[in-house]
Design a protein around this ligand. Structure first.
Ligand code: BG6
Length: 538
C-alpha cells in the first residue's frame, strides 16, 4: 500500500513557496498508518474549480486531509485550485491551513479533529497549487491543459465546487479543450467530472444539464454528488438492512405502518438569503437529500455492491415514487420566535418573501413491497432541534392480548436510524413494568457509534472523493435517477391548477407549522417530536 510521503516528484515552484510559508517539515509521512483493509487511490490530479469557495475550505480540504491521515492518497497526487483573482499559492495554502486549524479546534464543527497532524497537513500542502482563472474564459482551460500535460499520471478529476450557473460553461470548455478525453490522449488515464448540487431546479433544467454534460463526457465519467450519501450513517442503512437477519423479513407493507424521514435544522439560512430565496426548502432538500434517504430505506436488495447493481435498484425505486400533488405537501416559513427573528428579516430576503423554509410531504412508493405505506418527509430551518433521522414505525400487534388488564394502549415499535447529529440506531418497544400488576411500559434500546467505534472527524466527503479516485460510482447519482426524482415533484414545483402552494408561518425554534400535523393526522399518524428524550426514561 502506498503511503503519502514528502518525496513527490511533482513538487513545483509554487509548492516550494507554500512550503516556506507553512513551515513544511521534511520528516517523511510514510509512518502514517493506512486505513485498515483499504487500498490507496491511484495517483491523480484533482482540479478544483472554486478553490476560494466555502465548499473547498469547509469540506474538500478537511476530507483530503483526513484521507492523507489514513494514507489513502498516492504520492503522485496533485491538487490544482482554480479561482478567479490572482493569488500566490502560498497565500491560498496559508488560508486553508488557518481554516483547517479553526475547524479542528471547534467542537461544533464536523471536522473537530483537535490538533492537526502536521505530517498529514504538510503532505497535502505540498501538493497544492493555485491557478488564477475565470471559469468562462478559454484561456483558463488552455493554461490548465498545459499544466495537466506536465503531470505524470493522466488521471484527472475535475471538481466543480462552483455556483450552478458555471456548470455548463466549465463542462463545455473542458470538453472543447479536449480535457475530458480519456485513453491515449490522457496518457491512458481517466477523466472524471464531479458535479455538486443543485443539479437543476426542476425536471426540465436537470434534463437540459444532463444533455449538455453528456455531449462532452460519457455517463461513466460523471460523478453527481449528493453529500448525504457520503455520511457513514447513511451508508450504514444498507448494512442495517442487509447484514442482519432481523430486519429484512419485516421490511414491508405487511409489518410497517409508516416511515418518517426528517432533516430538521436549527440554523437559519446562514447568509445564503439570495440563494435560498430562489430555491426554498423543498427544492433544496426534498427531491435530492430526502429522496436519497428514501431510496436507501426502501430500495430492493441489489444482487451485489457493484455500482450498477445498486444504482439500478435505486432507479427502480425512484420510478416507483408516485408523483406528488399539492395535497401531499405542506410548506412553512419561520417567523419571529424563541430561536430568533423571522426569515423575512434575514439579509438578502424580500420583506414579503413567500419562499418556504419548511417542507413536509407524504410520499407513496407504488410497488409490491410498499403499496399503501406512507413515507412522511419533512425538513426545515430554525426548527426546535437538529435531527436527521429515519423512523420506521411498525404496525400494532394483531391481537389485543392485554384487553382485560390495565393496559389500554400500546406504544408502537419504532426503529430509528439516527443520521445526524446523533449517529446510531434506537428501537422503541414495550416491556412489563416491575410490580404485581400487568402494566406495559415503553422502553428504548439504542446503539451509538461512539460506544463501539473510535470517533472520526469525518466531514462526509472522504468516501466520495476516494471513490471518485477509484472510479466507484455506487454513491453517485445517475442521470436517470436525478431526472425521475425531479419528475415526481414537478406538479409541486409548477402546479397546473390552484396557484403556488400556500406557505404557513411557524415560530423560529418550534416543531414547524401545525398544518404539517394535519397531513399525518388524516392517516391516523403523528410526527415524532423533534424535541424528545428517550422513550419512557425516568
Ligand atoms: C445542503 C443544503 O445541501 O444540505 C443546506 O443546501 C442544508 O441548506 C444542508 O443545510 C444540510 O446538510 P447537513 O449535512 O448539514 O445535514
Amino acid at each position: 500500500m502506498s503511503t503519502p510521503s514528502n518525496s513527490s516528484a511533482s513538487s513545483s515552484q509554487s509548492d516550494t513557496t507554500a512550503a516556506r510559508s507553512c513551515k513544511i517539515s521534511a520528516s517523511p509521512h510514510d509512518a502514517l498508518p493506512s486505513a485498515a483493509g483499504k487500498k490507496p487511490a491511484p495517483p491523480c490530479t484533482l482540479v478544483i474549480f472554486g478553490a476560494g469557495g466555502d465548499l473547498t475550505r469547509r469540506l474538500l480540504m478537511p476530507a483530503l486531509y483526513n484521507l492523507a491521515v489514513d494514507g489513502l492518497l498516492d504520492d503522485g497526487m496533485k491538487i490544482i485550485g482554480v479561482n478567479h483573482g490572482e493569488r500566490a499559492t502560498s497565500e491560498w495554502v496559508e488560508d486553508l491551513h488557518t481554516s483547517l486549524q479553526q475547524f479542528a479546534a471547534d467542537k461544533a464543527s464536523t471536522f473537530h479533529a483537535g490538533k492537526l497532524d502536521d505530517n498529514a497537513w504538510n503532505w497535502v500542502a505540498q501538493r497544492l497549487e493555485y491557478m488564477a482563472g475565470e471559469f468562462e474564459s478559454d484561456d483558463t482551460f488552455a493554461q490548465l491543459k498545459q499544466k495537466l500535460a506536465q503531470q505524470h499520471s493522466g488521471n484527472v478529476i475535475f471538481y466543480l465546487a462552483v455556483g450552478a450557473r458555471f456548470f455548463k460553461p466549465i463542462v463545455e470548455r473542458l470538453g472543447k479543450t479536449g480535457l475530458l478525453k480519456e485513453g491515449d490522449e490522457a496518457n491512458g488515464g481517466f477523466r472524471h467530472l464531479v458535479i455538486e448540487k443543485p443539479f437543476g431546479t426542476d425536471v426540465t433544467s436537470a434534463r437540459d444539464l444532463n444533455a449538455h454534460i453528456l455531449t462532452y463526457a460519457s455517463e461513466a465519467q460523471v460523478y453527481r454528488i449528493d453529500h448525504f450519501l457520503g455520511k457513514d450513517t447513511v451508508q450504514s442503512i444498507l448494512a442495517v438492512r442487509f447484514a442482519n437477519a432481523l430486519f429484512e423479513p419485516i421490511w414491508r407493507r405487511e409489518y410497517i405502518d409508516c416511515v418518517q424521514i426528517t432533516a430538521a435544522e436549527t440554523i437559519g439560512v446562514e447568509g445564503r438569503g439570495s440563494f435560498y430565496e430562489q430555491t426554498g426548502a423543498f427544492r433544496d432538500m426534498v427531491p435530492n437529500h430526502l429522496f436519497q434517504l428514501l431510496g436507501m430505506v426502501a430500495m430492493e436488495p441489489p444482487n451485489s455492491f457493484d455500482a450498477e447493481a445498486v444504482r439500478d435498484k435505486k432507479a427502480e425505486l425512484s420510478d416507483a415514487i408516485q408523483p406528488l400533488t399539492r395535497h401531499d405537501v405542506v410548506f412553512g416559513q419561520y417567523e419571529k420566535g424563541p430561536a430568533g427573528p423571522g426569515y423575512r428579516e434575514e439579509p438578502d430576503v424580500a420583506p414579503d418573501s413567500t419562499t418556504e423554509t419548511y417542507a413536509a410531504a407524504r410520499v407513496f412508493v407504488e410497488n409490491w413491497r410498499w403499496a399503501g405505506v406512507p413515507f412522511y418527509l419533512r425538513t426545515g430551518k430554525r426548527l426546535a432541534a437538529r435531527r436527521t433521522e429515519i423512523s420506521v414505525q411498525l404496525k400494532p400487534v394483531p391481537f389485543r392480548l392485554f384487553r382485560d388488564t390495565p393496559v389500554d394502549a400500546l406504544t408502537p415499535n419504532v426503529l430509528t436510524l439516527r443520521i445526524d447529529p446523533a449517529h446510531g440506531t434506537s428501537f422503541d418497544f414495550n416491556v412489563k413494568m416491575p410490580g404485581p400488576v400487568m402494566q406495559v411500559g415503553a422502553v428504548q434500546s439504542s446503539f451509538d457509534y461512539n460506544d463501539f467505534f473510535a470517533e472520526q472527524a469525518n466531514v462526509g466527503y472522504e468516501t466520495l472523493l476516494y471513490d471518485c479516485m477509484l472510479g466507484d460510482e455506487t454513491l453517485f447519482q445517475r442521470a436517470d435517477s436525478i431526472e425521475t426524482s425531479w419528475c415526481s415533484v414537478d406538479e409541486v414545483l409548477h402546479p397546473k391548477t390552484g396557484g403556488p402552494i400556500e406557505v404557513h408561518g411557524y415560530a423560529a425554534g418550534s416543531e414547524g407549522p401545525t398544518q404539517a400535523d394535519a397531513l399525518l393526522a388524516r392517516d391516523g399518524h403523528a410526527w415524532r417530536p423533534l424535541q424528545r428524550d428517550a422513550v419512557g426514561k425516568k
